[in-house]
Design a protein around this ligand. Structure first.
Ligand SMILES: NC(=O)c1ccc[n+]([C@@H]2O[C@H](COP(=O)([O-])OP(=O)(O)OC[C@H]3O[C@@H](n4cnc5c(N)ncnc54)[C@H](O)[C@@H]3O)[C@@H](O)[C@H]2O)c1
Length: 339
C-alpha cells in the first residue's frame, strides 16, 4: 500500500505486547505492524495466532540487544513509530536465577533501539516501563508515585528497567530523540505467562494445589486491565510529548491475599488452599501510582474495573487449555516447588 505507515513493536509475542499488536491492527488498518521478538520463554507466537495471517502483520525473530539486526530492521522497514515491550520481566527470576539476562534485554536492548532511532530517525517512540522503578511505599501510607517521584529500584528487574528509562532520558536530552517513557502498575488479563500472580494462582487452584502467598499476603499492588494499559500507550504514542514521562495505574489497590481469595471464590474452591511461605527477599510492600498527568494532558483514564474483569480473566485460563499447554519454560517463583 502506497504511503503505508509502519509501527515497530518489540516484544509483541509477550503478554502486553500481543494485546497491543492485536489492538493496533484493529484500530489502525492503515499501518503495517512489524513485531520483533526474541521468543524467550515468555514470548509465545500462539498469543498472536489470530493475526498471524493478517497482511499488515510481519514477524521477525530477533533480540533487541542485537544492534546489527535492529539497525537492519530500521533500514528495511523505516518505522514511523516504535513501542518497546521487549524485556525480561519476572522479579523472582531476577532474584533467583541471575540478573544478566535482565541487563542484556532491559539495558543493552534499550541502548540498541535508541542508537537505531538516532541513526535512522522516526516520528515517536514509547518505551514501556514499570512503577517498580520508584521502589516501595509503606503499606499504610496513602501516597502514590508521580512522574516526579525519585527512582529507587530495589530488585535487579526494576534496576534494569530504571537504567533503560534513564538512557531514554539521556538520548532525549542529548540528541532530542522523540522518546517517551511510560510507567504502569500490575497488569492482568488473558495470555499472561503463568508465573505471574493471577494466572499462577488460577491454574494452581484449578488443580486443587495450594496458593502460596509470600509473607502474610499483605503486600499491596495496584491492578490495571491490560487493555486499559494498551489504550494508555496508544494515547502516549499519538498525543504525548517527546521527552515526557506518563504514569498509568488502575485505581485498584489490593493486598495479594485479597487476589487469592477472589480467585478461589470465582472458582468455588476452598480458601484453605491458601498457604503462607517465606517472603521474597527485598519484597516491595506497596505500589500505587497516580495517572493525573496523562488524564489531564492526554485524556486517558482506566475504564475497566477489577471486580468486573477478574472473572472473565480467570474463565479465559479455564477455557484455553491449548494455550496453557503451549507454555514453554519453567514456572519460577520462590515457592514454585510447593505442590
Ligand atoms: N506485566 C506487567 O504487569 C507490567 C507492568 C508494567 C510494565 N511492564 C512492562 O511491559 C513490558 C511487557 O511486559 P509483559 O508482562 O508483556 O512481559 P512478557 O514477559 O509477557 O513479554 C516479554 C516479551 O519480550 C520478549 N523479549 C524478551 N527479551 C527480548 C529481547 N532481548 N529481544 C526481543 N524480545 C525480547 C519475550 O520473548 C516476550 O515476548 C515490559 O517492558 C515490562 O517491563 C509490565
Amino acid at each position: 500500500m502506497a504511503n503505508q505507515k509502519t509501527i515497530l513493536v518489540t516484544g509483541g509475542c509477550g503478554f502486553i505486547g500481543s494485546h497491543f499488536v492485536r489492538h493496533w491492527l484493529k484500530r489502525h488498518p492503515d499501518f503495517r505492524v512489524v513485531n520483533l521478538d526474541k521468543l524467550t520463554y515468555s514470548g509465545n507466537p500462539k498469543n498472536l495466532e489470530d493475526v498471524a495471517q493478517n497482511k499488515n502483520y510481519i514477524f521477525i525473530k530477533s533480540s533487541i540487544a542485537d544492534n546489527e539486526k535492529v539497525a537492519a530492521v530500521f533500514k528495511k522497514y523505516k518505522p514511523d513509530y516504535l513501542v518497546n515491550f521487549a524485556a525480561e520481566t519476572h522479579v523472582d527470576r531476577s532474584v533467583h536465577e541471575g540478573a544478566k539476562p535482565f541487563l542484556d534485554a532491559n539495558i543493552y536492548g534499550a541502548y540498541a533501539l535508541l542508537e537505531a532511532i538516532k541513526e535512522y530517525g522516526l516520528e515517536k517512540a514509547v518505551f514501556v516501563s514499570t512503577d517498580e522503578v520508584y521502589g516501595s511505599l509503606p503499606l499504610k501510607s496513602k501516597n502514590k508515585f508521580t512522574e516526579k517521584t525519585q527512582y529507587a529500584p530495589r530488585s535487579p528487574y526494576s534496576a534494569s528497567k530504571a537504567a533503560g528509562d534513564l538512557l531514554c532520558h539521556a538520548y532525549y536530552s542529548t540528541w532530542k530523540l522523540p522518546v517517551i517513557v511510560t510507567h504502569c502498575s500490575n497488569n492482568y488479563g488473558t495470555h499472561q505467562y503463568p508465573e505471574k500472580l493471577i494466572p499462577f494462582f488460577t491454574l494452581r487452584a484449578l488443580k486443587n494445589k495450594s496458593l502460596p502467598l509470600y509473607g502474610k499476603g499483605e503486600n499491596i499492588r495496584d491492578w490495571i486491565h491490560v487493555l486499559d494499559h494498551v489504550e494508555g500507550i496508544e494515547h502516549a504514542l499519538l498525543k504525548g510529548m517527546a521527552g515526557e514521562v506518563y504514569n498509568m495505574g488502575g485505581d485498584d489497590e489490593r493486598p495479594n491475599i485479597a487476589i487469592a481469595r477472589a480467585i478461589l471464590d470465582i472458582l468455588k474452591k476452598p480458601r484453605s488452599l491458601i498457604t503462607f511461605v517465606a517472603d521474597r527477599p527485598g519484597h516491595d510492600q506497596r505500589y500505587a501510582i497516580g495517572h493525573s498527568k496523562i488524564t489531564r494532558e492526554l485524556g486517558w483514564m482506566p475504564r475497566r474495573s477489577f471486580d468486573k474483569m477478574l472473572p472473565y480473566t480467570v474463565k479465559w485460563y479455564i477455557d484455553n487449555p491449548r494455550w496453557t499447554k503451549s507454555i514453554r519454560g519453567e514456572i519460577t517463583r520462590v515457592n514454585s516447588h510447593i505442590k
